[in-house]
Every structure is written in C-alpha cells, then in structure tokens.
Design a protein around this ligand. Structure first.
Ligand SMILES: [Cu+2]
Length: 682
C-alpha cells in the first residue's frame, strides 16, 4: 500500500472517502516485512464483514471462519480468525435460499471463491442481497428504434417488452424474479429497424444470458435498419505505440500534442501527420506530478514537480511550441508543489493551488504567476486535496468543485478569500472527473471508493447555486476523464469499477457520451486498451479524441504500463449508414478574437451553419483537464449569396480566459468542421 498520512486541520474538508485523495502517491511502497524470527510462529488476522440486505454464510479452508451474515451484518463470533503467516485461506460464500451472494469487496473482488494469502492482516467483505429482484428492460438508444425484447418460453412472470421510438412500454418491461433465476433474453427488431446490441450486463447482438443476483436494468438498443454502430456509438481506431507513458498530455496551438510521464523525455506528436514519429523535447526538470495550463500567448505553463511521492518541487517551467523547447521560470514558488492544480485567470495570470511541498506538507496558500514573478494569497489559506477540480466562474472567482464535499469560491482579489457555495450530493468523488460543460455549468461524474456511477451538476449562474443529481452513467468508475467534444457534448472515457485506489482487474472499456440538453448518457464503443490511474484524454482539432497513458505508478511498473494511444471518432463524424459525414469547412476566420467584438467567419456552408464553439486547448493529468472549457457561439449569416457568418465574441476573460482555443463550426446535423486555432484575449 502507498504511505498513509494525514495532516491536522483536514477534518473540515474531508469525508471518509475523500481522504483517499491524499493517500496515494505516484508509486507503490512495498509493505515492511516482519522481523525474521526463525522460531516464532507469526499469526495474522482475517476479518470477514458483511454488507447488503441479505443473509448467508462465509466459511474458510482451512477452517477458522464460519461467519453468519444476517441482513448484511456479520455475526459477533465466527467472523474473525487467526492463521499462521503465509497460510493461503480460501473463503466460500453461500447465500441463504432466496438470497444472492453478489460479490466480495476489500481484499477480494468478484463472486467466486476468495483466496487470501495471509502475509498480512486481511479483511474481506461479503455482500448478500435479499430477493426477489426487479429486472427491467430499458432502451440504449432513447428516442430511437423499434423492437421487442422477450424472455425465454415457459418463464413466469415473462418479460415481453415493446420498445417504440426508443421508449419501453409501460407494461411487460419489468418483472420480479427470485435470486439465481436464469434469464435468456431475445431482442427482435421491428420491420425497418435493426438490433444494435445490448449494454451491460450483456453485450453483443445475440441473446442476453443473465443470472439474477440483484435488481438490474438491461438496456437494449434498436436503430434504423442500415444504420451502423459508428453512427450511434462512435469508433475507436487501432491503438499505436507511444515512447513514454502519457501521464501528462496537452494540445498546443501548433496543433501538436505534448505528453510525458516520469521516465524519458517529453514527446511531441502531430495528429495531422499520424505516421510521423514522436519528437523528444528534453524536460526542464522532473515535471512529473506537476500542474499546468496554457498561457495567454499559447505557451504551456507548468508549476511544481516530483522529488519523491508527496514531496514537490517549487520550480516552474514553460514550453514554447514555436521553438519546441522548455525553459525554467526565473523565480520559483514559495513552496514546492506535488499534485497541484493550475487555473488561467481572466487577466491571464496563473493560479496554482494545493499540492505537497518539499517536506510533504500540504501547501495551503494559493500562489499566482503574473508572467514574471509570484505572489501569495495569504488571506486564503485552505488545505485542499491533491489535484483539486478548479474552474474559472463567470463571476471571475475560481470555483472549487471537489473531490471533497464542501464546494467553495476563491476570490483572488487582494490577498484572497474563500466563501462556501454548498455541499455536493455525493460526499467523495475521489478520482472522479469534473468539467465546466457550458459557462458556469459544471458536471461532476463518478469517483469515490467504491466508485459511483452517479453524476451531478451545478449552475453557478443561479442566484443560489446548488448541486443537483442527474441520471447516472451506465458504469461506476474512478480514474476516468471527461472531455468536451466539438459540439458541446461530453465524453467519458477510462476508469475502473473496482474498489480501492486503482483496481486494474475491473477496467471500464466503454466510453459514454453525455448530452447536456437532455442530461442523458449513451454508451459508446469500447476502447481496446485498459486505461486507469495516470491515463489522459483530450479533444483534437479534427474533432476526434486522443486517449493515452495509464500505469507508471500505484504499483504498476513502467514495463507493465500502457505505452500506447488510441483515437476515438465520436458519432458526429458519421452518417447513419456509417460513412463519413460531410463536414462544414472554414474558409477564413480571425486568428485573434477580442473580447466584446464580433467574430466574422467565411464558410461555403453559411446556409447550414447556425452555431459553433470555442474550446480552450486541453492540459490533462490525474483525471482532470486543468485548461479545457467551452464558449458556445451563435452565428448569424449575411444575406445570400454571402459566405460570411457573424457571432458575438465572449464579453470578457471571465467567460473565456485569454489563450489558445479551437474554433469549430457545426452544421444543422451537428457535424463539426475541423477547428481553426484562434487566440482569445483582450
Ligand atoms: Cu500520480
């Protein structure tokens, strides 16, 4: 396990789950071994606990544990036993009739037997659930597709679920079954429609075999006949090799991507020339575990770095994309920072918060880079978790969204001041991911331990902003990324559904797409590579998403890390039949956009383009993109045959802090252009 440590004064901000944000470093520290005493038999304790609503018994081989769980609560005796150190204990869970054994938590996962090597004190939890359970059929393509889902002949009660236009009927689509009922579901499309497939717990387009262990919703997706999965679920291109682990990844105004891990150089790659080699750029210092965002002039700003786990460097660095080289800032921060967050302010200054210093003390004082030196916000001391989710709000204040529960505004005026906004609904979203998906509107999805599939939003434009629950993702996940797409929808990639810091045995391969207008989720095609802790993803200028990284920390060696990247093409790039959609094009657009002015764009598609987006270039690490944000554009065309569109630019840096953005046009079908790089500023 990684080292565990807590500092005084944290209790205010921390829930039990939130504390985990502090406990995990970039590398794993081996467990200390017991003193080697040849004649002493060392014993280790195995503890079994229960959870859920059901009854059952957990027994061990060799004997020792005989633990009765009633309504999820383990009995006072029989649930704890000592074994000689090194004994391999196998636990078996047997549910009472009518109840189910769902799975193990703690040292084991899964639902089979639990094998525990007693090299240390161990604890496992057995989750039993009380039947019967409700199984419900839903549509994986809301608003789209007709068909019917039926259970196997002879089953009572039967499922006979008619789905029309992506909406399941009010009867026949849900039934209650005793624990361990075996369901075989068959999906038949209506005439003119095709069955696009099941989503979890099933997959593919054959029958869905499901053993009822808990209440479950099973999505079935129907689509118009002849439609392809690319049109509804997007498409992943084959993975390709990267020379280092992309733990930190950024898009530069040159259109190139820069990425780095701990080992090796930083590396440049050009998505417009995918066959081109990676070009190394020597790091200025050990910039692993730093924070970063893009400066008003398009250079990449980096604050802090790595000494050892929980010990940060006070240095700063800048990468100049036009020169292709790094330089170190002339002055350093007052304290080192390991796992800080960097936020571009309305005037182009760079705010740095959180992180641990050279002595592994949490840095409580925010610090601001003004382009030539640093100043500290001494009136705003506050201990924040590592890599906090910080967003520039329309008020010009900076909003702290998590992962701990109490969300707050930081005013950077004078010597700084925090004010409380309100608590999130879910207490800890540790290694979940947050995004400002529209000016002042923030989505926070997943995270926590065990991870949640829930999501919530807040609108900072409201008079009294409050967090509000929205529909959940299809998959619980942590160690994930949320990425704004060219059309303003939000893509979720990566993560693990397992409990603990980084359970590589339960990866979530499926991406999910969130529609801010309907607040609904659609499951996308699965990535082929496992990406969990230390993974990254960002939007490319061509509207696709680059996904990379994972590993090189939390016990995963460099050799076992993901030295690869993969690109996702969202559904908006495809026609319903799977062919590539015709994209609007930009003939010309200004290279700089000034606050409060009008943006004039030339396009041969003026007749079909009504909207566009400005999306700030990404700077990503550790489940958070510190730079991305979106400013939606509404275009008005000149009278035909003019090819000119006009849109109001952002009014101020509060809505779009200065720096490099991608300008996308969107046609009536929602297909984006390839972006033009622009600089937004005063
Ligand atoms: Cu790390």
């Amino acid at each position: 396990m990684p080292p565990v440590r807590l500092l005084p004064g944290l209790a205010l901000l921390l829930s039990a789950g939130g504390a985990l944000a502090f406990l995990h470093g970039c590398q794993d520290t081996p467990e200390p071994t017991d003193p080697a005493l040849a004649v002493t038999v060392i014993q280790k304790t195995l503890t079994v606990t229960g959870s859920g609503s059901g009854d059952g018994v957990v027994t061990s081989s060799p004997v020792g544990i005989n633990c009765t769980v009633t309504a999820g609560v383990a009995a006072a005796t029989g649930c704890k036993a000592q074994f000689n150190k090194g004994t391999v204990v196998v636990l078996t869970a047997a549910p009472k009739s009518g109840h189910s054994f769902l799975r193990w938590f703690g040292y084991c996962s899964g639902s089979g037997t639990c094998t525990v090597p007693m090299t240390a004190d161990r604890s496992v939890q057995a989750r039993f659930l009380k039947g019967p359970f409700t199984v419900k059929i839903s549509s994986g393509t809301p608003g789209l597709g007709n068909g019917v889902v039926k259970s196997q002949a002879g089953l009572s009660p039967a499922l006979n679920c008619l789905i029309t236009n992506g909406t399941p009927a009010t009867t026949g689509c849900s039934a209650r079954y005793p624990a361990y009922t075996s369901l075989t579901l068959t999906a038949t499309p209506a005439s003119g429609f095709a069955f696009a497939g099941w989503s979890a717990p099933c997959s593919g387009t054959g029958t869905c075999q499901y053993t009822v262990l808990q209440g479950k919703t099973i999505p079935a997706s129907f689509a118009a006949s002849g439609s392809s999965t690319a049109a509804t679920q997007g498409e992943w291109q084959p993975a390709f090799a990267t020379p280092v682990v992309a733990i930190h990844m950024h898009l530069l105004p040159t259109g190139k991507v820069i990425l780095w891990g701990d080992q090796g150089d930083s590396q440049l790659w050009d998505p417009a020339n995918p066959g081109a080699v990676f070009t190394p750029a020597t790091k200025p210092y050990r910039i692993f575990c730093s924070g970063h965002s893009l400066l008003p002039d398009g250079r990449l700003f980096v604050a802090g770095g790595h000494i050892t786990n929980d010990h940060g460097l006070a240095k700063g660095a800048i990468f100049d994309p036009s020169l292709g080289t790094w330089s170190t800032t002339a002055t350093s921060m007052a304290q080192g920072r390991w796992y800080p967050t960097t936020t571009t302010l309305p005037d182009g200054e760079m705010l740095v918060v959180s992180g641990a210093d050279e002595n592994a003390a949490f840095v409580t004082i925010p610090e601001i880079w003004n382009g030539s030196g640093w100043r500290r916000l001494t009136g705003a001391a506050l201990t924040l978790p590592y890599y906090p989710a910080m967003f520039l709000a329309p008020s010009g204040q900076v909003f702290y969204a998590g992962p701990t529960q109490s969300t707050q505004y930081l005013s950077v005026a004078d010597d700084g001041k925090w004010t409380t906004v309100g608590n999130r609904i879910v207490a800890s979203r540790d290694y979940g991911s947050a995004v400002m998906y529209a000016p002042g509107k923030i989505l926070y999805a997943g995270g926590g331990d065990p991870p949640t599939q829930s999501a919530e939003v807040i609108n900072l434009n409201d008079a009294a902003p409050a967090w509000r629950a929205i529909p959940s993702m299809a998959y619980a996940r942590r160690q994930m990324l949320v990425t704004i797409l060219a059309d303003g929808k939000v893509l979720v990639t990566h993560g693990t559904s397992g409990a603990g810091f980084n359970d590589v045995t339960r990866p979530v391969y499926y991406a999910e797409l969130w529609n801010p207008a309907s607040e609904s989720w659609t499951t996308m095609a699965p990535e082929s590579v496992l990406r969990v802790y230390h993974s990254t993803a960002l939007l490319l200028p061509d509207g696709r998403v680059l996904s990379s990284g994972s590993g090189e920390g939390a016990g995963i060696t460099y050799a076992n890390s993901q030295l690869s990247a993969q690109i996702f093409s969202p559904p908006y790039l495809f026609n319903p039949d799977g062919s590539l959609a015709a994209r609007p094009t930009i003939t010309s657009a200004p290279s700089t956009i000034a606050y409060g002015q009008t943006i004039d764009v030339q396009t041969p598609d003026a007749g079909s383009v009504t909207r566009g987006t400005l999306i700030r270039l990404s700077s990503v690490t550790h489940a958070f993109n510190q730079s991305q944000l979106i400013y939606p554009l509404t275009f008005t065309p000149d009278a035909p045959p003019s090819n000119t569109l006009h849109a109001p630019a952002p009014a101020s840096g509060n809505l779009a802090p200065p720096g490099p953005y991608m300008l996308f046009l969107l046609n009536a079908a929602g297909v984006p252009s390839v972006a033009k790089m622009v600089t937004v500023g005063p």
